[in-house]
Design a protein around this ligand. Structure first.
Ligand code: SAH
Ligand code: SF4
Ligand code: F3S
Length: 470
């Protein structure tokens, strides 16, 4: 194996970790490192772990343990790091049983990576960097690999909600928001560099600005959305960006997405933003977790289900065709058949475009531990399957109703199963694989472009289409 500075980052978990991995990759690139195509071709391997459920944690440990036996035998130059939420949670414990590990880096220490790698290369062993930054403000510049048309932009970090089942407030620390103008300038810079879609990230984006003094101090999530829309409108109006893309100028900010928000804060003002801001994508991911008031109270997420349904109805009236998705946990301690049925009923009432469902997994240090883990695994599994089967029927119906419709699709690249076809997503993030007319550009060249695609076929999980012009 060569002495070359090459790295490979294996990422688990949510978009937060995705964002952190992107940041680590950029920091390493600035230090002269090159990304390796495969893990065993790299001289520096980092596992960016997730701790949301026990299974996620095990996956990261197993994956990292895989290099224990032969990794350094095969490549004496190999350095190995462990990052992310499990690193933050288990700290020095991570080194136990992992003598091959060179460093452990927590979620709030990403920017120290170059220095840590430097120390490791100079022979230091078992470096542990897992502190939380004591500073009250949060300031970064988003780093993206050049040429990308989509970017993840962290607008805040941490979470103060402490939902009773959730590890995130422990692994990501207290909520801190970036200054509104800093985010706007950051996004502007990305847009001028060719980015057309940003996803604003936070565990709880509706709380954006609270740590800065909130609405009175000019910092709230709706204010941020409006400021981003205004900035992008201004760039288009002044001709600095060109939405047609014909002039070769950057195409401007076409789509603003965000994730994740909490039902308690999804208020009239947010509905207004969706209804009036043209660049905010008609898609809302609003995790509800359960349809039972009793369970929601125990989860410390109490919002009356009737209010949740009413808000989504108003939203749908104001933004026709908006896609709505959610997260659900089944088998939370104390969940009886009637509670589960309330969840099924909610899914049938809302008819979500997509759901992400999980069986409850007790997490260390969380408040829900006091309730025990009362629902047997086979009951959890059974409820999970019933929920997913019902949802698959609903999705199949919803997707079928789109056959014949032309949708604007942001091309992501060649389809995995057939490289002659392209793949992209609808505004509601449903995957669409579609054919291109003879003689059209190939899918790689179309990456980042919006293309009208006629939907010709569907199943519960994906759509098939034909590109309309090119
Ligand atoms: N901040 C986001 C959620 C982040 S975690 C939000 O509040 O919406 C993503 C999802 O994992 C959660 O919405 C929840 O459905 C699931 N989850 C979190 N902790 C869990 C646990 N202990 N067991 C099972 N699922 C869990
Ligand atoms: Fe976890 Fe709740 Fe915070 Fe989401 S809002 S990260 S579920 S504590
Ligand atoms: Fe997992 Fe941490 Fe995200 S626990 S879901 S990677 S915030």
């Amino acid at each position: 194996m060569s002495e070359e500075k090459s790295f490979y980052i294996k990422t688990f978990g949510c978009q937060m970790n995705g964002h952190d991995s992107e940041r680590m990759a950029s920091l390493l690139t600035e230090q002269g490192y090159k990304p390796a195509a495969e893990l065993d071709e790299a001289n520096l391997v980092i596992f960016n772990s997730c701790s949301i459920r026990d299974k996620s944690e095990q996956k990261a440990y197993t994956s990292m343990g895989f290099l224990r036996k032969n990794g350094k035998k095969k490549n004496p130059n190999l350095k190995i790091g462990f990052a992310g939420c499990v690193a933050q949670q288990d700290r020095e414990e991570v080194f136990r049983g992992a003598p091959h590990l060179d460093f452990v880096i927590g979620t709030d220490s990403i920017d120290q990576l170059p220095e840590i790698v430097h120390r490791v290369k100079n022979g230091e062993e078992k470096i542990l960097q897992v502190g939380f930054d004591p500073a009250n403000d949060y300031s970064i510049e988003t780093k993206v690999t050049s040429g990308k048309s989509q970017a993840l932009v962290n607008i805040m970090k941490g979470c103060d909600n402490f939902c009773s089942y959730c590890i995130v407030p422990f692994t990501r620390g207290r909520e801190k928001s970036r200054q509104l103008q800093e985010v706007v300038q950051d996004v502007k810079r990305l847009v001028l560099g060719g980015v057309v879609e940003v996803t604003l990230l936070g565990q709880n984006v509706n709380s954006y600005g609270k740590s800065l003094g909130g609405k009175e101090a000019g910092a709230s999530f709706p204010l941020l959305l409006r400021a981003l829309q205004a900035m992008a409108d201004d760039l288009d109006t002044r001709g600095i960006t060109d939405p047609t893309g014909r002039s070769g100028k950057p195409r401007g900010l076409r789509q603003i997405r965000y994730t994740t928000s909490h039902p308690k804060d999804f208020d009239e003002e947010m509905i207004e933003c969706h209804a009036t801001l043209s660049r905010v994508v008609p898609h809302l991911h609003l995790p509800v977790q359960s349809g039972s008031g009793k369970i929601l109270k125990r989860m410390k997420r109490y919002v009356p289900i009737s209010l949740y349904i009413e808000r989504l109805q108003i939203l749908r009236e104001r933004v026709r065709g908006i896609a709505i998705s959610t997260d659900l946990i089944v088998g939370f301690p104390g969940e009886e058949e009637a509670d589960f049925e309330a969840t099924m009923k909610l899914v049938e009432t809302i008819r979500y475009d997509n759901i992400f469902a999980y069986t409850y997994s007790p997490r260390p240090g969380t408040a829900a531990l006091k309730f025990g883990d009362t629902v047997p695994e086979d009951v959890k599994k059974d409820r999970f399957n019933r929920l997913m089967n019902r949802q698959a029927e609903i999705q199949a119906e919803l997707n079928r109703s789109r056959v014949g419709v032309v949708e604007q699709i942001l091309v992501e690249g060649p389809s995995k199963s057939n490289p002659r076809m392209a793949t992209g997503r609808t505004l509601g993030l449903r995957t669409v694989n579609f054919s291109l007319p003879e003689g059209a550009l190939d899918p790689l060249q179309l990456q980042g472009k919006f293309i009208p695609v006629r939907i010709v076929d569907s199943n519960a999980f994906a759509l098939k289409g034909e590109a309309q012009i090119l």
